[in-house]
Design a protein around this ligand. Structure first.
Ligand code: ADP
Ligand code: MG
Length: 294
């Protein structure tokens, strides 16, 4: 092939990628997409930058993204630096008054700021909010034994709706408060699902550190690309899901049963995975719907 022909071909391929995005952009225009940001994508600086680009692109083509972030490893890291020993009971962090204070400092004061600044490199777009702001997340203790580990009791999404109406991108830290103002650290998977429900989001997307939901954890080729709520409940009951996948899947099941169009588990290690899922024909990760999958 001549140099001219091959450069024309490359240009056609680039144009084809953009055209492939067109029906998705039209379909999702104005729709709310809640993205739970966590795992590796959040720790690797170059992935953090591509994540920010994806979110800005979503917003630029008319979607309304809301980012909800975790930060467990960052909390453990600061505790270690302070010489505190994290205590876990059944895989859940025991959170005394000092620990919830540190969790709040790390999530609201550090992790949230980093995401907001990465997005705002592209323009004045992102605004950080804590679940304590404007009553966004009402919480209560999950179990007195665990201290200030909270469950979501209520979501008051007005602050997010106001930010979205101004074309801003809310970035939410998952600290909630009870009626007395006591702060609780809440699992970010649960918060993302609850916010997606409260906003009647089109999608809730979980970026994680694995290809998606696997039928066999030891075999990446066992990726389940589509599954419905009923089948998923079966996988919980038969023990296919363990560890950090359980709160995620619980949140997905709840969200799709309560009006969210679909829930997605995507591999946050893959650069631009959000764009691939939203704007291309390529099926990627795991898609969870309430409607039965044939
Ligand atoms: P995140 O930071 O995204 O919340 P977690 O470690 O909490 O990450 O949850 C993802 C982990 O869930 C995976 O790395 C995997 O070890 C675990 N997991 C358990 N069962 C499954 C399964 N059936 N398919 C995929 N991942 C699973
Ligand atoms: Mg997790």
């Amino acid at each position: 092939m001549t140099a001219l022909a091959s450069s024309r071909e490359a240009a056609q391929a680039r144009a084809a990628v953009l055209i492939e995005a067109l029906p998705y952009i039209q379909r999702f225009r104005g729709r709310i997409v809640v993205v739970k940001y966590g795992g590796n994508a959040m720790v690797d600086p170059s992935l953090a930058a591509t994540f920010a680009e994806d979110v800005v692109l979503m917003r630029s083509v008319g979607l309304r993204p809301v980012v909800v972030h975790g930060g467990g490893p960052q909390i453990s890291e600061l505790m270690a630096r302070l010489g505190m020993v994290p205590e876990f009971r059944d895989g859940q962090r025991v959170t005394d008054a000092e620990t919830v204070d540190i969790a709040r400092m790390v999530l609201v004061g550090k992790v949230n700021r980093e995401i907001v600044s990465a997005i705002n490199v592209h323009g004045p777009l992102a605004v950080g909010v804590s679940g304590e702001d404007a009553g966004l997340i009402g919480a209560s203790a999950r179990d007195p034994e665990l201290g200030f580990v909270g469950d979501v009791d209520s979501v008051h999404p007005a602050i997010l709706e106001r930010l979205l109406a101004e074309d801003l991108i809310p970035v939410v830290s998952t600290i909630g408060a009870d009626a007395s103002g006591q702060a609780y650290n809440i699992n970010a998977d649960a918060v993302a699902g609850a916010i997606a429900e409260a906003l009647a989001a089109e999608k809730v997307i979980y970026l994680t550190d694995i290809e998606g939901l696997l039928a066999d954890l030891a075999d990446p080729a066992s990726l389940i690309s589509r599954i419905d709520g009923a089948a998923l409940q079966g996988l919980i009951d038969d023990g296919t899901l363990t560890g950090g996948m359980i709160p995620k899947i619980d949140a997905c099941l709840h969200a799709v049963a309560n009006g969210v169009g679909s829930a997605h588990l995507l591999d946050g290690r893959l650069p631009h995975v959000l764009l691939l899922e939203l704007f291309s024909d390529e099926g990627i990760g795991t898609m969870i719907t309430h409607e039965p999958v044939a």
